[in-house]
Design a protein around this ligand. Structure first.
Ligand SMILES: [Zn+2]
Length: 144
């Protein structure tokens, strides 16, 4: 599911993003128009509220799972990120059009969050916790 972190990561990766870049990436249909499962032809189609996936309850087929949000939700997330000073509005000097870019604080916060996620993934996958912890410590020392 698209959240503010995913949007911030997208902006950091692209350096700057216009509203239409963001729209193209994140906004899309949040409902599925057809009511038949293409696999088993069942009409028991539901929207999973957590994942926003559209699922057939009879055969379990995921009919629609594009991670998209409504335009208004995107706008709300952008506002929240600006309020937290993670991103800011700027002018793209080449196109003279308004864009969103990450603030310094935003870049740091995002990089910290990504480091945290990487560490969690390393610990989850490890077969030798002691070695993994040593490796993490080494990474952290190199970073600072
Ligand atoms: Zn089905």
């Amino acid at each position: 599911m698209v959240d503010t972190l995913e949007i911030a990561a997208f902006i950091v990766e692209k350096k700057m993003a216009s509203w239409s870049d963001l729209e193209r990436q994140f906004v899309g249909p949040t409902a599925y128009k057809r009511s038949l499962c293409p696999i088993c032809k069942s009409t028991h189609i539901i929207v999973d509220q957590d994942t926003r996936e559209i699922v057939c309850t009879d055969c379990g087929f995921v009919v629609f799972s594009k991670h998209r949000i409504a335009r208004q939700t995107l706008l709300d997330y952008i506002k929240a990120l600006m309020k937290e000073e993670i991103i800011e509005k700027a002018i793209n000097k080449e196109t003279n059009k308004p864009v969103y870019q990450a603030t310094e604080k935003g870049q740091k916060k995002l990089s910290d969050l990504q480091t945290k996620q990487r560490i969690i993934a390393m610990i989850a996958q490890t077969t030798n916790l002691q070695e993994t912890l040593k490796e993490i410590l080494k990474n952290l020392e190199e970073k600072s």
